[in-house]
Ligand binder design. Structure first.
Ligand code: NOJ
Length: 471
């Protein structure tokens, strides 16, 4: 039986739900950060966000009217288990039943992420992702979700962007718990991957429950030249940006040359031998790819390791190089590149290259583009948002995705980030990604942007093409 290509859009719980203290929800690290941290530079919270908790029926109706046949969203761990483990909050469980039922009633396939960064605060207080107990708590939380929703949800994701989130939390230090420490960073990265593998182990105990994958922020790495030194730098960047997520989830092991190199600078004794069986049996059914940008790499010159980020929304506000990994590589901006106000390079060909690379490495594994989109400053003008920049971005990237599909990549779906405007983490609300404008000043009124109609018409005109996939 052929299965339909999925054309959808995506959100994440903390970024859109609001209702932070309703119906028994516990606190997450982002509540603590947005309420209390001086690193919350935009001084906003997700307390109300896009009010999706109360407006999800309207949002789902708009997805349907927009021709979308799938919605990627995440479950808030603190709604299900307010303390991270132990007592289950029935009202939280019921909320996602209502959401999933509403999607199914509207013919929209749910694609559910278990962890999109809202780690329960009580777990952070016991060490968070630096403590193996968190990985086991995650597996327990995952089991509860599988058993509650497994008969309705056929696409599951363990963790959203382990690479990006952990390096922001422990490398760049702009995400809570706001740490800048390479040693702690690689340990947290390892435990996050362990958590994914443990959740998969739980998943395999269920039958007829669908497929499970991970969502990776793919960043194809390009060298400034073709020299031997640059090739080494590119390989190391590729290991740290991509392979340490994709290799354990596809093959059950970490890349050996990455471990050899890291061992020169860090203590890797936290990587316990007895966990290797867990990784081997924790491989996944599909890869979710979030594609936003590429990485431009040169060889290491000097100085200590660091990661820079631009959360200001002022172009070029960030120093060069963007990132240094001592002894391994440096990441810089391509002087000829096109960049957004947040210094993200717009590079559609990277979509094609990353998909081709995945096919070369992992064969016919099903791939979903779980996020793709662009953050812009936007204002309502005469009641409308003419976001031609987004239409241009999306159409170029979709074209590259379809080119990869024609060349044989097993792509099964595509999701625009984001369904509607929402809280963009440290960037707050001024960096908008939505197909639908949310008027945060006017009761969270929803106003479809020009891109919403463009996407609807694009899906319509492509529905009669043969996007059928056999699974
Ligand atoms: C990827 C993340 O999954 C999402 O939470 C974030 O808002 C977007 N990137 C845009 O930066």
């Amino acid at each position: 039986m052929g299965k339909k290509f999925l054309w959808g859009s995506a959100t994440a719980s903390y970024q859109c739900e609001g209702a932070w203290n309703e119906d028994g929800r516990g606190l997450s690290i982002w509540d603590e950060f947005s309420h209390h941290s001086d690193k919350n530079i935009n001084n906003v919270t997700g307390d109300i966000a896009s009010n999706h908790y109360h407006q999800f029926e309207e949002d789902i109706r708009m997805m349907k009217e927009g021709g979308q046949n799938s919605y990627r969203f995440s479950i808030a761990w603190p709604r299900i288990l307010p303390k991270g483990k132990g007592d289950v909050n029935q009202k939280g469980i019921d909320f996602y039943h209502r959401m999933i039922d509403c999607l199914l009633k509207n013919g929209i396939e749910p694609n559910v992420t278990l962890y999109h960064w809202d780690l329960p605060l009580p777990l952070q207080e016991k060490g968070g992702w630096e403590n193996e107990e968190t990985a086991y708590a995650f597996a327990e939380y995952a089991r509860i979700c599988f058993s509650e929703y497994g008969d309705k949800v056929k696409l599951w994701v363990t963790i959203n962007e382990p690479h990006y989130s952990i390096t922001s939390m422990y490398g760049a230090g702009n995400y809570p718990p706001n740490v800048k420490d390479g040693q702690r960073c690689i340990k947290a990265a390892y435990i996050t991957m362990l958590a994914s593998a443990l959740a998969v182990k739980e998943f395999r105990k269920f039958s007829n429950i669908g497929q499970i994958g991970i969502v990776h922020d793919a960043s194809p790495c390009y060298g400034v030249d073709d020299s031997k030194e640059t090739q080494f730098a590119v390989r190391m960047a590729d290991n740290l940006f991509n392979n340490w997520v994709l290799e354990p989830t596809m093959r059950g092991v970490f890349p050996q040359d990455m471990l050899d190199e890291l061992a020169k600078y860090y203590d890797l004794s936290f990587m316990k031998k007895e966990n290797s069986e867990i990784f081997k049996s924790g491989t996944l059914d599909f890869i979710g790819i979030n594609y936003y940008s590429r990485s431009f790499i040169r060889s290491y010159t000097e100085g200590e390791s660091y990661i820079g980020v631009n959360n200001t929304g002022i172009k070029s506000a960030v120093d060069q190089p963007l990132m240094v990994m001592k002894g391994m590589f440096e990441q810089i901006k391509d002087p000829g590149g096109e960049f957004t106000d947040w210094d993200m390079e717009i590079y559609p060909q990277g979509m094609y290259d990353t998909l081709r690379q995945i096919r070369q490495r992992y064969g016919d594994v099903p791939i979903y583009i779980t996020e793709n989109g662009v953050g812009l400053y936007e204002k309502l003008k005469d009641g409308r948002v003419e976001d031609d920049g987004r239409i241009d971005f999306l159409s170029k990237h979709i074209k590259e995705m379809l080119r990869a599909k024609e060349d044989g990549a097993n792509i099964c779906g595509y999701y625009v980030w984001s369904t509607f405007d929402l809280y963009s983490w440290v960037n707050g609300y001024k960096k908008r990604y939505g197909l639908v404008y949310v008027d945060f000043e006017d009761d969270n009124r929803r106003i479809p942007k020009k891109s919403y109609y463009w996407y609807r018409d694009f899906i319509r005109s492509n529905n009669n093409k043969n996007w059928g996939i056999e699974q």
